[in-house]
Write a protein that binds this ligand. Structure first.
Ligand code: GLC
Length: 474
């Protein structure tokens, strides 16, 4: 299950922007790898972005906007461990809300940061559950995992109470009548774009089609690299992991190329519109996107974007408050809209449905405390704070009318329909507990097409055959 190939350039990039290496060491190692000046510029730009992130950002401490829900139980003497945000921009908030719960209930809450890659997280949690380990009581699970973890879950239906979660998510999380995860926050792929650069190059609005994005990114990049050799047109998640499944599904679905496996279980992958979408995306590598994009995850893309070094970025809403923060060099000069669409028959805007749920392990030795913690995390109060401080999309409709939330995230109102029910699901319902295999086959194939290791027609044909085999076992 591990095909996340190490890529020395990507590793260097990461060491650079997480601050593990000094600028000088980055230069030395880049030299040893024989990297071009453009590539070195891109990597060093991410180093600058990191320095910015490390500067004192908001004056407010993480968790400042939390209002504690009433009626939290007394849990003195109980200890639980919760696997939550990765060690990154989301960590201080998660640490703060764990501490607040501990303070209010008397419980000891151990915050375990999960892996940044959803694929690595899945592997870890699958191993933990297969071992029936009590080490993780509560964990955030991805919207595509309820079928995978149903057998290990405590049914949380009795924790919903009066809260009206988005129906679509609650249904998604229900397996054989049991609620495998409480809807926590939802997610949708978005296009971030630089309003100042669009204006500078005479564009009247963001691109509507992927071809327009390609053309606009080309023009802007050509103009900007003269003064900033690190500048690139478009960044996204192109690494061989779950994030690429989300990006590539958006490319193909928005070009009328279907959703890999349709809800009725039919493998629809091998079609011309999907192939055309993948071919266009492959053409971005090394042109409007850095070569290293085929190793990028969310934070790699954001590092470049937030350093002011790209015109367009595909990312989730979490990047909004970070990009808009007072200490962000692009604050005031960017906006968000729907991702572009293709021009094939049936083309339409498509945002991949993402998001996370609170899951309680059946092997937990403190299930009542774990349930109380999960319920607290998804409460309207905590969802509101997470929306304000982290731009997380609530799973409760009424919160999209909350003035504080809208003031912090003006785009929440405009895109409500997409967030509530209009996004495109990955094929996790038809593939159930085999979704991990489906996604692995898909992102591996797409990544090979993107790096040029495989040719699209033959690779898509093999992919479709592999998906048929998996579906025969569902
Ligand atoms: C985001 C989404 C999640 C997705 C992941 C891929 O965290 O919420 O659903 O699987 O990105 O990287």
């Amino acid at each position: 299950m591990k095909r996340y190939l190490p890529n020395p350039v990507n590793d260097l990039m990461k060491a650079s922007y997480t601050g593990q290496l000094s600028r000088r060491d980055v230069m030395k190692r880049g030299g040893a790898l024989g990297l071009s000046a453009t590539m070195m510029g891109t990597i060093l730009a991410s180093h600058n972005a990191a320095a910015q992130d490390a500067s004192p950002a908001a004056e407010q401490p993480a968790g400042w906007s939390v209002v504690m829900p009433a009626d939290l139980p007394d849990l003195a003497g109980v200890e639980i461990s919760a696997m939550l945000a990765a060690d990154g921009p989301g960590a201080p908030f998660d640490q703060a809300v764990c501490d607040m719960f501990a303070e209010a209930t008397g419980a000891v809450v151990n915050y375990l940061p999960g892996a940044e890659s959803a694929t690595e997280r899945l592997t870890f949690l699958q191993q933990t559950m297969a071992a029936q380990s009590a080490d993780v009581d509560v964990a955030q699970i991805d919207v595509i995992w309820p079928g995978i973890f149903a057998a290990h879950a405590v049914d949380l239906s009795d924790q919903v109470g009066e809260v009206e979660f988005f129906e679509r998510i609650q249904e998604n999380n229900t397996v054989d009548g049991a609620l495998v995860g409480l809807p926590w926050f939802t997610d949708a792929g978005l296009l971030y774009y630089r309003t100042d650069l669009l204006e500078k190059y005479g564009f009247e609005g963001p691109p509507v089609t992927w071809q327009e994005l390609t053309d606009m990114a080309t023009t802007i990049q050509e103009g900007e690299v003269a003064a900033n050799s690190a500048f690139t047109g478009f960044t996204f998640q192109g690494g061989a992991y779950e994030g690429l499944t989300c990006n590539a599904l958006e490319w193909q679905f928005s070009n009328g190329g279907g959703s890999i496996i349709e809800p009725d279980g039919t493998v629809s992958m091998n079609n011309d519109q999907a192939k055309a979408a993948l071919e266009l995306a492959a053409s971005w590598v090394g042109t409007i996107s850095p070569e290293a994009v085929t190793g990028y995850m969310e934070e790699d893309a954001r590092g470049i974007w937030q350093g002011g070094n790209c015109a367009f970025m595909r990312n989730w809403p979490y990047a909004y408050v970070l990009s808009a923060a007072d200490d962000s060099v692009i604050a005031g000069n960017f906006d968000i809209t729907q991702l572009p669409m293709g021009d094939g028959e049936g083309a339409a805007h498509a945002a991949c449905l993402g998001g996370w749920q609170m899951f309680v392990s059946r092997y937990s030795e403190n299930q009542d405390a774990a349930k109380a913690f999960a319920k607290y995390m998804v409460s309207p109060e905590l969802q509101k704070a997470r929306a304000i401080e982290r731009s997380a999309l609530p799973t409760i409709g009424s919160l999209y009318e909350d003035e504080d939330i809208l003031a912090a995230n003006p785009f929440f109102g405009d895109l409500f329909d997409v967030f509530e029910s209009g996004s495109v699901a990955r094929p996790s319902t038809p593939s159930a507990d085999l979704y991990g295999e489906v996604s692995l086959e898909y992102f591996t194939a797409v990544n090979e097409i993107m790096t040029g290791a495989a040719e699209v027609d033959a690779r898509v044909e093999d992919l479709a055959a592999a998906l048929e085999d998996i579906m025969a076992d569902v």
